[in-house]
Design a protein around this ligand. Structure first.
Ligand SMILES: Cc1ncc(COP(=O)(O)O)c(C=O)c1O
Length: 497
């Protein structure tokens, strides 16, 4: 490795610069392979894009809710890879399915059939009560798929006029109003998070996710999450051109925002009234995370389209899916949409095992029970530190603690998470003031207690010292005002609950 680096340096400083393309085909030399946490962090920083701001801990082994770093330090995972590890790390039944299938067949592409996908498709559709599934890999891809399905349905079934400018460059002076009159519109919610692809970020209210990536895609309208009156107004004004309403039944990345009671039912009624597809993104909230199989089950409503991902892959490989009935799904015909890896036999076998575990271990019930326990403890901590904790909220093991940034200053939610890590608990802030607490659903009562004790200890013992040590002007003053809708998104007074 060292000699390769020397050669690279030499080439970049000689006249070969700009004229030689240097490529290495050698194996990674063992002698310089980083192994300590710090070396691994440094190496990732050097060779990987800086598109995350991780808590500095290196996962090296995982079992259930526990993580071990290369030095053998143990931690409790209170993030679960953003709910992709609902079943716990390296669940033995899921690992067995992975290993067995990996030895038989991993990929067919859907140019052919394979003997695993039909089993997965039947299982998933009957578990959730839909006619059909369209399999994909990541969550964002599944959201894109749902949007395409909705637009196709909108044009074919609802007879929304087709966009005549399709594929042409749109004149720069064309106003937004004109643009939205040429599309099968998707309505989404302020503060939503549906992934990172271009169509998806075009609906985002997160400036970090959108600035510098323009032009964003047209054909979207926004409403406040939880505001049924606002939703009906948008439907009334534009209903004949709206194909779908895409929403998270509980907004995850926004900070575990729960809509007011009755909202989901009203959304269902409005979507039916205006013939608009109700599209529930359950990628984070679904698969038992909120204490029900789907978060929409809290109000017993049936969306027209359900999007699943994350824990569908059992924390092992990316598996996502769009569920709908034939009337909607069959608007997509052969050749119109697809994915090389979607529905691959390895993913299908893993997904079947991942669903088996959720069902057999009653993870929805477990999430409801342990979640209540966790919230009880968090509320006690809030009573102990009312100045620091503004709100405790959640459903099942989908929980968040919103901190009072003024009283915390100059310490941030990120600093609190760093200190939680020192006390053996891994959590990640979302936005500046919210800490999401979403452990694997298999977590034990003792582990829940350990997690909440760590938070109590950080607020009680560590925080005063941290406040003294951190320079006054070092806390973030970044504005949360959305570039597009102008709302201050992460101020909880703007959320309707
Ligand atoms: C609600 C929701 N939708 C979509 C996504 C995107 O999933 P992925 O990161 O697998 O693309 C996420 C990821 O956090 C999510 O929370």
């Amino acid at each position: 490795m060292a000699s390769r680096r020397c050669l690279q340096r030499a080439l970049s400083t000689t006249s070969f610069k700009n004229s030689v393309i240097w490529r290495s085909f050698g194996a990674v030399p063992q002698a310089t392979t980083p192994s300590s946490s710090q070396e691994l962090i440094n190496s990732e920083y050097q060779y990987s894009a800086h598109n995350y701001h991780p808590i500095p801990v290196v996962f090296s082994q995982g079992k259930g809710s526990c993580i071990q770093d290369p030095e053998g330090n143990r931690y409790l995972d209170f993030l679960s890879a953003y709910s992709a590890v609902n079943q716990g790390h390296c669940h033995p039944k899921i690992m067995k399915a992975l290993q067995e299938q990996a030895q038989r067949l991993t990929l067919s592409s859907r140019a052919f059939y394979n003997d695993r996908f039909p089993i997965f498709a039947e299982y998933l559709t009957s578990m959730f009560g839909y006619d059909m599934v369209l399999p994909m890999n990541t969550g964002a891809e599944a959201v894109e798929t749902a949007l395409k399905v909705a637009r196709k349905w909108g044009h074919e079934k609802k007879k929304i006029p087709k966009d005549e400018d399709n594929g042409k460059v749109i004149a720069s002076d064309m106003s937004l109003t004109q643009l939205i009159h040429t599309q099968a519109i998707i309505v989404s919610c302020c503060g939503c998070f549906h992934g990172r692809t271009l169509a998806v970020i075009s609906m985002s209210c997160d400036n970090e996710a959108t600035r510098g990536f323009g032009p964003l895609l047209p054909g979207h309208l926004k409403v406040d999450f939880g505001d049924a009156v606002g939703l009906e107004k948008v439907f009334k004004e534009n209903g004949d051109r709206i194909a779908g309403f895409l929403f998270e039944p509980i907004q995850g990345e926004a900070g575990v925002i729960i809509p007011p009671d009755g909202y989901l039912k009203t959304v269902r009624d409005l979507c039916s009234k205006y013939n608009i597809l109700m599209i529930a993104d359950e990628i984070q909230s679904g698969l038992a995370r909120s204490g029900k199989m789907l978060a929409v089950d809290w109000e017993e409503v049936r969306p027209d389209v359900v999007i699943l991902g994350k824990a569908l892959g059992g924390g092992v490989i990316p598996v996502s899916a769009v569920l709908a009935d034939k009337d909607v799904m069959l608007c997509i015909r052969p050749g119109e949409h697809g994915s090389t890896f979607g529905g691959n036999p390895l993913a299908s076998a893993v997904a079947v095992a991942a669903l088996d575990v959720i069902r057999d271990e009653k993870l929805a019930e477990r999430s409801a029970e342990m979640g209540q326990e966790l919230r009880n403890q968090l509320v006690k901590i809030q009573q102990q530190f009312p100045n620091y904790i503004k709100e405790v909220r959640g459903r099942g093991l989908f929980n968040a603690v919103e901190l009072n940034s003024k009283n915390l200053s100059p310490v941030s939610a990120y600093d609190i998470c760093l200190q939680l890590k020192e006390r053996g608990v891994l959590a990640k802030p979302t936005h500046d003031t919210i800490i999401r607490l979403t452990p694997p659903l298999s977590i034990s009562l003792k582990e829940v207690q350990q997690g909440s004790k760590a938070l109590s200890d950080v607020l009680g013992h560590d925080l005063p010292k941290m406040q003294k040590e951190k320079p006054e002007n070092s806390s973030s003053t970044a504005s949360n005002i959305c570039d597009r809708c102008g709302r201050n998104l992460h101020d909880s007074t703007h959320n309707n609950h």
